[in-house]
Design a protein around this ligand. Structure first.
Ligand SMILES: [Zn+2]
Ligand SMILES: [Zn+2]
Length: 420
């Protein structure tokens, strides 16, 4: 009997080459765009003390109470696999003694873990690209962070992007708004879903982003935070809008964007796209000026955002990340050595090349198809003697004869120019 094949853990999946190529494309766009805003990469631990998330996200949340992979290790320490990246960033910022080192601009790319109910598009190990900026409190910095997020997604060629912004106010103006919202919701509590009825007491602002259409219908005339801002928050919000105008980033105000936790304040934003059929959030973030003190540091302004790498990968065109630039087809035994040299030459120029291995033309063109090569270089005896090759563009079907010394220039113009 054959040995039983082992499966990966439920909700945790393998990144195989075709998908990883898409992720790498997302990652290089992130590195390219973020570095132009002077953000640097940090590489932070996957294992953290469980207490870090109990203190930052809070015990009452689903993430901490139900979804964390938390355990006691052999030394009796309570540790967990990080469910998100912000708390660890704040811990590292404080532990690294960077509170007096000026503005810190960070980004990270890596796996996060939440034991959620597995369903399509929701993994228990998922990857995030996250950005955190510490020590900048002005609305213009907010505008730049939002513009950077927008540039990053545009760089990937994702279409139908819409930036939506809101202000969550601050500890001075939010309580007043909360009262107004409570009054409104209490008048309609018989029409809200069960979860929202519970939310009204604990965290009424969470009702605003309930996904139930029946709840959304009740919220049409609900009071909006942007109309209850104190003077400081109002100035900040208009400064943000001025900044977005100056940077030519289109946005709309969405009063339903909320965050579940108290340390979030002022700017909150999401970028949505309709590219996956229905409108979906691909990136979300906001200001969290309260978190650094919550974790024991001095009062420090902070803003950040995060996006799921798997989801971004799904939005890319798979052909955009073709692995093979050129497949080399050798027609006839006598051209094998020469064709191998041509392949080596192209690799030297930085192209990714597979040699189809000679043999029958039919077999070799099967290899070309399977590899998904962008171009095919065909070399027969006649081509070899004249130092020429036949170049076929697989996207257009066009075929041309050209001398070998022109080959890299022609290939370079049509393939490398399009890749990131
Ligand atoms: Zn305020
Ligand atoms: Zn609801």
């Amino acid at each position: 009997m054959a040995a039983k094949k082992l499966q990966s853990i439920r909700g945790i999946h393998d990144g195989l080459p075709a998908e990883v190529r898409l992720w790498q494309k997302v990652e290089s766009a992130a590195r390219k765009v973020f570095s132009t805003y002077a953000f640097s990469e940090v590489r932070l631990p996957i294992l953290e003390p469980t207490e870090l998330f109990v203190r930052s996200i809070g015990e009452a949340t689903d993430i901490v109470s139900k979804e964390m992979y938390a355990f006691t290790d052999q030394g009796n320490d309570n540790i967990c696999l990080r469910p998100e990246g912000t708390a660890g960033s704040v811990r590292a910022y404080l532990q690294g003694g960077l509170t007096r080192s000026g503005t810190q601009r960070w980004f990270y790319i890596g796996p996060m873990f939440r034991r959620e109910r597995p369903q399509k598009g929701r993994l228990r190990q998922f990857q995030q690209i996250g950005v955190e900026m510490f020590g900048a409190n002005g609305p213009l910095e907010d505008a730049e962070v939002l513009a950077m997020a927008h540039n990053f997604l545009s760089e990937l060629g994702i279409s139908g992007l819409q930036l939506e912004v809101n202000s969550l106010g601050c500890s001075a103006c939010r309580p007043g708004y909360r009262e107004a919202l409570l009054t409104y919701l209490n008048e309609r509590s018989d029409k809200l879903c069960e979860t929202c009825v519970e939310r009204v007491d604990k965290n009424p602002m969470r009702v605003l982003d309930c996904k139930e259409t029946s709840c959304q219908a009740e919220l049409n005339d609900a009071p909006e935070m942007v109309n209850h801002l104190c003077e400081g928050c109002e100035t900040h919000f208009s400064g943000l809008k001025v900044g977005l105008h100056a940077l030519n980033v289109p946005y709309k105000i969405n009063a339903r964007i909320v965050r579940g936790l108290d340390y979030y304040n002022r700017t909150a934003f999401e970028i949505v796209t309709d590219q996956l059929g229905s409108q979906g959030t691909v990136l979300a973030g906001g200001r969290y000026d309260g978190l650094v003190t919550e974790l024991g540091g001095p009062a420090t302004s902070a803003i950040g955002f995060a996006a799921g790498l798997e989801r971004l990968g799904m939005l890319l065109n798979e052909t955009d990340a073709a692995l093979v630039d050129v497949a080399v087809v050798a027609l006839g035994e006598e051209v094998i050595s020469y064709s191998m040299q041509q392949a080596a030459q192209l690799r030297g120029e930085g192209f990714s090349v597979v040699h189809c291995g000679g043999g029958s033309a039919k077999r070799q063109f099967k290899v070309v198809d399977r590899e998904g090569a962008r171009f095919v270089v065909i070399i027969g005896e006649e081509e070899m003697q004249q130092a020429r090759v036949t170049l076929k563009d697989m996207a257009t079907g066009d075929q041309q004869q050209l001398s070998v010394d022109k080959l890299t220039a022609v290939l370079g113009k049509s393939s490398k120019a399009e890749t990131i």
